[in-house]
Design a protein around this ligand. Structure first.
Ligand code: F1P
Length: 294
C-alpha cells in the first residue's frame, strides 16, 4: 500500500526547520512593533504560539486572533497573517480590510494572498499534498522563532529523535487525549488536539495546563491520556496518575513533541482504515461564498 503524503511531510520537518532558520526575516515584525497575528485552524494555533513567544522575548505587544474574530478599532503597527493555502476567505477578507501594514506567511506564491498582503514570506518548500497541515505549520513557527533570535538547532535534533520514537501500544489503544500547554505551548496543545481530530477523528481536548484541574480532569481515567507539551506544573503527573490515566511529557522541544502526536494521529487513522491525507468534511482551505463570508 502506498504511504499517505502526510507520512513523508511529517518526516521532512527537521530539514524544513533547518531551512526556515536560515531565511531572511527582515520582512517580519521588528522589535517594539505592536503586532496582531491571525490565521484560521492550524494557522491560528501557530499564531497563538508565536504571540506568546514574541511578547515573552520582549519584542513587543503581540496578540493572536482567529482571522474571523479580529477586533475592530484596535491599534496595531502590523498584522501578520499565516495561511498555508493563501486562499482562506477570512484571512483574505481581513487583509483587504485593514489599513495597518501587513505581512503574510504562505506556502503558495500563486495565490491571492500575494497581492493582498503588503509583504509576503513564501515557504514553498514546506507546502503539502495532504489536506492535514503538519510541516507548513511547524516550519512557519520555526521561521518565527528564528526571527526572535532563537536557535533551532536543539529543536531539530529533538525532531529527528521524535521521528524514531516508538509509539507505545497503550497510546495507539487509548480512547481519549487531553493536550496541555503553558505559555507558547498552549497553542501547540490546541494544534495537537486539532491534528488528532482531523486525521483520526479522535476525541481530543486541549487546555492551558493549570486549567486542567478545573474540570477537564474529570474526563481522564484508565485508557485515557493527558499529554503535556513543555514543562508540566508541579504535581500534575501525580494528579493524572490518581485518575488511572496515562500522563506523558518530555524534556525535548515542544515542537518535536508535536511530531510524535502527528505520527500518532496518522497511526490511529490508519488503524481505523481512514485516509489521513483527506479527512472527512475537510478541504485544503475554506473558501466561502459571499453569503457565508459575511
Ligand atoms: C487553514 C485551515 C487548516 C485546516 C483545513 C482548512 O488553512 O483552517 O488549518 O486544516 O485545511 O484550512 P490555511 O489558511 O493555513 O491555508
Amino acid at each position: 500500500m502506498e504511504q499517505p503524503f502526510v507520512v513523508s511531510e511529517i518526516a521532512s520537518q527537521p530539514d524544513c526547520w533547518r531551512r526556515a532558520a536560515q531565511l531572511f526575516t527582515g520582512d517580519l515584525p521588528a522589535r517594539t512593533e505592536r503586532v496582531a497575528v491571525v490565521g484560521c485552524g492550524t494557522s491560528w494555533f501557530i499564531a497563538q504560539a508565536y504571540a506568546v513567544l514574541r511578547e515573552t522575548a520582549g519584542h513587543g505587544l503581540t496578540d493572536a486572533f482567529a482571522a474571523s474574530e479580529f477586533p475592530a478599532g484596535r491599534d496595531y503597527d502590523r498584522v501578520v497573517a499565516i495561511t498555508r493555502s493563501g486562499t482562506t476567505t477570512e484571512v483574505l477578507d481581513l487583509l483587504a480590510r485593514v489599513t495597518t501594514p501587513t505581512v503574510a506567511i504562505t506556502a503558495d506564491p500563486a495565490t491571492p494572498v500575494m497581492k493582498l498582503a503588503d509583504s509576503v514570506v513564501v515557504l514553498d518548500f514546506a507546502d503539502e499534498r495532504s489536506v492535514v497541515q503538519t510541516r507548513f505549520a511547524t516550519t512557519a513557527l520555526a521561521l518565527l522563532r528564528a526571527s526572535l533570535g532563537e536557535s533551532l538547532e536543539s529543536a531539530v535534533v529533538d525532531a529527528e529523535r521524535a521521528l524514531e520514537f516508538p509509539l507505545p501500544a497503550e497510546l495507539v489503544q487509548a480512547e481519549q487525549f487531553t493536550f496541555l500547554g503553558r505559555g507558547w505551548t498552549c497553542g501547540l496543545a490546541q494544534e495537537a488536539g486539532l491534528k488528532m481530530r482531523e486525521a483520526a477523528c479522535a476525541w481530543t481536548e486541549a487546555y492551558p495546563a493549570m486549567e486542567y484541574r478545573h474540570g477537564p480532569i474529570s474526563i481522564t481515567g484508565p485508557k485515557r491520556v493527558a499529554w503535556m507539551l513543555g514543562e508540566p506544573p508541579a504535581g500534575l503527573a501525580d494528579d493524572v496518575a490518581a485518575t488511572g490515566g496515562l500522563f506523558l511529557t518530555s524534556d525535548g522541544d515542544p515542537m518535536a513533541e508535536l511530531i510524535k502526536i502527528q505520527r500518532l494521529a496518522v497511526a490511529l487513522a490508519q488503524a481505523q482504515g481512514l485516509d489521513p491525507d483527506n479527512p472527512r468534511h475537510l478541504t485544503r482551505s475554506v473558501i466561502l461564498g459571499q453569503k457565508a463570508a459575511s
